[in-house]
Write a protein that binds this ligand. Structure first.
Ligand code: PEP
Ligand code: MG
Length: 325
């Protein structure tokens, strides 16, 4: 099997019936890139920038960030690279930010909420990203968007920084897309409205599942409720994809679910455009997709969405998968 995978390294991901989907990698630092390229990723679907801020005692400078973003863009050599702005809070802390303890950190002051409130920090990161944009195929992504106003505010801050850089003489030679993570059910429900304003969506199922089923992703006692194949989660995902495609926007997924071999047939059938996963999952996923017809999987979508439990969905897909081999 390893040999079969090796042959897939330099290829595009095509379904048996000739549809291309993009298989990208999640990274946490530029150091991950060797592995990403060795596994034949078609891009970076999620660069978690938290690492730049963690394990130190002060904020990273614009220059430090710029160097890291530039390195990733250059090494990916024109392939798309989605860089997510800071998603701190929730389970991740920064000693030097001195944030108060919260009763419900996952429902609290994190990610875009913190960035919009702490604009110096946010603007520094955006300027580093804007400077890096000329070095490759950058897409900027905001995490934990719940409302349209949040997206508009974040986009406005980005535009202000872009304008001020242009006033200083900086020349933007590369267009870049600006999108959001869909990891809060409200954003999934409102995807049709967001689709008028964003360039792309990336579904963050790690959080979307926990918020949909109200089951803390870190709490083992409620882990039985953390159900990726729950029809409620699947309906939200489908709704986002349909709303986005209706407006000509693309949809990726960067939660763990994107690399799950049971979820992939469902997501392929729903028309997901990009799957971003850990590097080691890419070749097995590419092989699986090459054996499946997207049009056939699409026919299963209605049936899957009319099921009432995760177990039913899982049993159905596993039976189908057994036939693929
Ligand atoms: C997600 O929520 O699915 C996601 C990719 O973000 P993180 O795991 O960093 O919260
Ligand atoms: Mg998340």
């Amino acid at each position: 099997q390893k040999e079969e995978w090796a042959q897939l390294v330099g290829t595009k991901t095509m379904s048996r019936d000739g549809h291309h989907v993009e298989l990208a990698a999640n990274i946490g630092s530029p150091l991950d890139l060797d592995d990403v390229l060795a596994n034949g990723a078609e891009g970076v679907g999620l660069f978690r920038t938290e690492f730049l801020y963690m394990g130190r005692d002060e904020l990273p400078t614009e220059e430090e960030q710029f160097q890291a973003y530039k390195q990733v863009l250059e090494q990916m050599d024109g392939k798309p690279v989605v860089i997510r702005t800071l998603d701190i809070g929730g389970d991740k802390h920064l000693p030097y930010l001195d944030l108060p303890e919260e009763m419900n950190p996952f429902l609290g002051f994190r990610a875009i909420r913190l960035c919009l409130d702490n604009q110096d920090l946010f603007r520094t990161q955006l300027r580093a990203l804007l400077r890096a944009s000329v070095h490759g195929n950058l897409k900027i992504m905001f995490p934990m968007i719940a409302t349209l106003e949040e997206f508009r505010q974040a986009k406005a801050v980005l535009e202000e920084e872009k304008q001020s850089m242009q006033d200083e003489g900086f020349v933007f030679t590369q267009p870049f897309e600006v999108g959001i993570m869909v990891e809060i059910p409200a954003a999934a429900m409102m995807a049709d409205m967001f689709a008028n304003e964003v360039d792309f969506f990336s579904i963050g199922t790690n959080d979307l599942i926990q918020y949909t089923l109200a089951a803390d992703r870190m709490n083992e006692r409620v882990a039985y409720l953390y159900q990726p194949y729950h029809p409620a989660v699947l309906r939200l995902i489908r709704q986002v994809i349909e709303a986005a495609h209706a407006k000509g926007k693309w949809v990726g997924m960067c939660g763990e679910m994107a690399g799950d071999l049971v979820a992939i047939p469902i997501l392929l059938g729903m028309g997901l455009d990009e799957f971003s996963m850990s590097a080691s999952s890419i070749l097995p996923a590419r092989q699986l997709i090459s054996r499946m017809s997207r049009d056939e999987k699409a026919k299963d979508t209605e049936q899957i969405l009319s099921m009432s439990t995760s177990q039913q969905v899982e049993d159905f897909v596993k039976t189908q998968l057994a036939k693929t081999d």
